[in-house]
Design a binder for this molecule. Structure first.
Ligand code: NAI
Length: 340
């Protein structure tokens, strides 16, 4: 087995608890990883004087892969989101968020199996905001042909690689005719090269209603940045909440794996957080390590972890957000005990 170096960013709030739980499970599954510990977020500001230290950027540049806990962003004031800064620094333009029902986690629907693909670098997240005059502020939504085309291509490539049948773009091009209009035109153009995959579009407000009425009618969703952010959480709610929804951010050469949820300050430091979403992100990371290194042992460790947490959930070994009684570390222990 070739030992891979992976940057580990514990993050803020529940981040240190869930990253500790996740790395313990990954080690117990036999994946040979050397973690390169780096800080980002409030913890980095406190300990190293800046929210995104150069050391963290250099480490990700060097090792290409990171597993990241959530980082807190002040609301309505203060520093720019570290998460957004990281995605921009490495041009991690494609966020992938699989949303599936899990065994033992009962929800209204039983066969949800969606993949949300979110454009990660443009839209209203461009940070172009201005005060035109006191009492009047603007936020600029940015869309480029390059950005819209590459995310569409990424989505269709991913669909083909994973044997998916249909991609649906959510939009509001009836109102934002230029920006969302460009997003749709680029996706349509890209789709010409993928006739084997069905492509449909849906206006986002009605699409959200359809999602909560019957999410099984969707397969893969393609969304610009803000819509992707919002719809990811909506989709998480369909399968048990933020504790069970993993994610990954991909660029051309680098990838950062992180859960969809945030730093959950309301439960931080109490051993209450569900580490599963980050653990599932870790499973995605292990599969990625096999793809980049050719070493099958990472994918094997991923399968073992997946089987172990499925078996825990089925046996009712769950954290409180899923109706169980286990704390963060006890859940990690339960998964480790079921590794085979
Ligand atoms: P949040 O996702 O942190 O929390 C929303 C609700 O879900 C809370 O009640 C929380 O307790 C619960 N929750 C979240 N993760 C959970 C888990 N693993 N187990 C059990 N319950 C969980 O969203 P919120 O409160 O809007 O944001 C808090 C902070 O996180 C903000 O500063 C925000 O900017 C940041 N954030 C960071 C993200 C990242 O680092 N990628 C993503 C989203 C938000």
């Amino acid at each position: 087995m070739s030992r891979q170096k992976v940057v580990l960013i514990p993050g803020d709030g529940i981040g240190p608890e869930i990253t500790a739980a996740t790395t313990r499970v990954i080690a117990a599954a036999g994946a040979d990883i050397e973690w390169v510990l780096c800080l980002a977020g409030e913890s980095a500001l406190e300990q190293e004087g800046e929210v995104l230290p150069q050391r963290t950027i250099d480490a990700i540049s060097e090792h290409n892969v990171a597993l990241k806990g959530p980082c807190t962003t002040p609301v309505g004031k203060g520093f720019k989101s570290v998460n957004v800064q990281l995605r921009k620094a490495f041009d991690l333009y494609a966020a992938v968020r699989p949303v599936r029902n899990l065994p033992g986690v009962e929800t209204r629907f039983s066969d949800v199996d969606l993949i949300v693909i979110r454009e990660n670098t443009e839209s209203l997240y461009s940070g172009v905001e201005a005060e035109i005059t006191p009492g009047v502020v603007t936020s600029t939504k940015v869309a480029t042909v390059k950005g819209c085309t590459r995310i569409a291509k990424w989505a269709f490539e991913y669909a083909r690689a994973k044997g998916r049948k249909k991609v649906t773009a959510f939009h509001k091009a009836n109102i934002m005719k230029l920006t969302d209009g460009m997003f749709l035109r680029c996706a349509e153009e890209v789709h010409r090269d993928y006739p084997d995959i069905e492509y449909t579009t849906a206006i986002i407000d009605a699409a959200c209603m359809r999602m909560v009425q019957d999410p099984t009618q969707f397969d893969m969703l393609l969304l610009e940045n803000l819509y992707g952010d919002v719809v990811s959480d909506l989709a998480a709610g369909l399968v048990g909440g933020l504790g069970v929804t993993p994610g990954a951010n991909f660029g051309e050469d680098r990838a950062i794996f992180e859960a969809v949820h945030g730093s959950a300050p309301d439960i931080a430091g109490q051993d209450k957080a569900n580490p599963l979403a980050l653990l599932m992100s870790g499973v995605m990371m292990l599969k990625h390590l096999t793809e980049t290194s050719g070493d099958e042992s990472y994918a094997e460790a991923a399968e073992k972890i997946k089987a172990a947490y499925d078996s825990c959930l089925q046996a009712g070994e769950k954290t409180a957000d899923l109706g169980g009684k286990l704390g963060t570390q006890a859940f990690a222990d339960a998964v480790i005990a079921r590794l085979q």
